[in-house]
Ligand binder design. Structure first.
Ligand code: ARG
Length: 379
């Protein structure tokens, strides 16, 4: 192969070299096809499919998954996510195959449709939308947002931040790209930024009906509503690449439903996020002069009570960390029984409040890297 490249004119040699580098790894493809057939005995002749895939890769440097392979691959990528406590229902992931959509406008419309379908008026459905993969001759589209729904963060003149501090840089970036939408509030939904495989980036504001939000109240403290806190109902990760059988789908937004503590013990509580514990503690009249009064812990529990209570009142699916910890151990048991290792990262699986009060705390886990997988973009 090498001598052949050398014998080409330099310009062609570079083109061929790039093609080879972007050609997908046939061993990965083969491993995935074997896994698919092993777990889906009704799927037909594995050898015939392997031959077909090898031929396609030899000819085009890539191959095309059948819908069944894509669906299985996406579900197994979830099953392999060592950081996710919510994997008991991995088989129920709804897969929206949108591999034919390439334009930025098309991607934007499908992201909005994804949110509407996944939100289900509060009955949240775990869903993934898969856009075209990277191929030797063309990159797939990308959504540059970390999640489809996130709140802007604005740096004020005095250095303070209004909104979500995590997205200050991203907010500045979309403003430079021409976003005029932000009202300067604490919960302004950011626009989508879509980079198509070829052509110009597109900014797209999400229509209001695609973004269900829940304002927070507390069952015992009427003043809680005055804090003006709220959160969106659907966590939809859009900044990760779905890897199946050597193919990379760079745009494959997926969602589950929230576990209350993600919002109550992290998004609203972390000091580098909304930092609401001092505010809640002050309203509760706690002694914040000393750490030993455990004012943070009291405030955390009340904030989390409010989050779970409000989602329940609004009729929006949400789970609590005790239920989810138990479900996770059920999942682990099932995987073991099926003869599989279930990768799990202790520091992510243990909930950010009351860790030791849940059973997932009191043990260790294996955490091998398995594919199919969701991986963070490298560039
Ligand atoms: N922790 C992230 C957030 O608060 C969401 C991660 C995915 N969570 C989930 N329940 N599927 O936005």
């Amino acid at each position: 192969m090498r001598t052949w490249i050398r014998s080409l004119r330099p310009f062609d040699a570079i083109a061929v070299q790039t093609l080879i580098e972007r050609t997908i790894d046939i061993r990965e493809a083969e491993r995935f096809i074997r896994l698919f057939h092993a777990e889906n005995p009704g799927a037909g002749d594995v050898h015939a499919r392997l031959r077909e895939v090898a031929k396609e890769i030899a000819r085009h440097g890539t191959y095309t998954h059948t819908f069944e392979e894509l669906q299985f691959g996406a579900r197994v990528a979830w099953r392999n996510s060592g950081r996710c406590i919510g994997r008991l229902y991995w088989r129920s992931l709804r897969v929206r195959d949108r591999r034919e959509v390439t334009s930025a406008e098309g991607v934007a419309l499908e992201c909005v449709a994804h949110l509407r379908e996944a939100t289900g008026e509060g009955k949240i459905r775990p869903t993934i939308t898969v856009f075209p993969p990277d191929t030797p001759e063309r990159r797939g589209p990308r959504v540059l947002n970390e999640q489809l729904i996130r709140y802007a963060g604005y740096r004020m003149r005095d250095g303070s931040i209004v909104g979500d501090p995590r997205y200050v840089d991203f907010t500045e970036r979309v403003r430079r790209l021409g976003w005029r939408g932000g009202q300067g509030g604490r919960f302004d939904v950011l626009p989508l930024v879509i980079q198509p495989g070829r052509g110009q980036r597109l900014l797209c504001n999400l229509p209001g009906d695609a973004v269900l939000e829940v304002p927070f109240t507390h069952p015992d403290y009427p003043w809680f509503a005055d804090l003006g806190l709220r959160w969106h109902a659907v966590p939809a990760i859009s900044g990760m690449c779905l890897e199946i059988g050597g193919l990379c789908y760079p745009c494959a937004p997926f969602n589950g439903w929230y576990m209350g503590a993600e919002i109550g013990a992290r998004n609203l509580a972390d000091t580098d996020r909304y930092d609401q514990l001092p505010v809640v503690a002050a309203r509760l009249g706690l002694n914040t002069a000393t750490d030993r009064s455990l004012w943070r812990d009291h405030a955390l529990v009340q904030l989390n009570v409010a989050v779970l209570h409000s989602f329940e009142q609004a009729g929006v699916t949400m789970t609590d960390h005790h239920t989810e910890a138990n479900r996770f151990l059920t999942h682990l048991g099932r995987e073991e029984k099926a003869g599989r290792v279930c990768p799990a990262d202790w520091s992510w699986i243990v909930p950010p409040i009351s860790g030791g009060a849940t059973r997932v705390f009191h043990r260790y886990y294996d955490n091998p890297t398995l594919t199919p997988a969701f991986v963070h973009h490298t560039g």
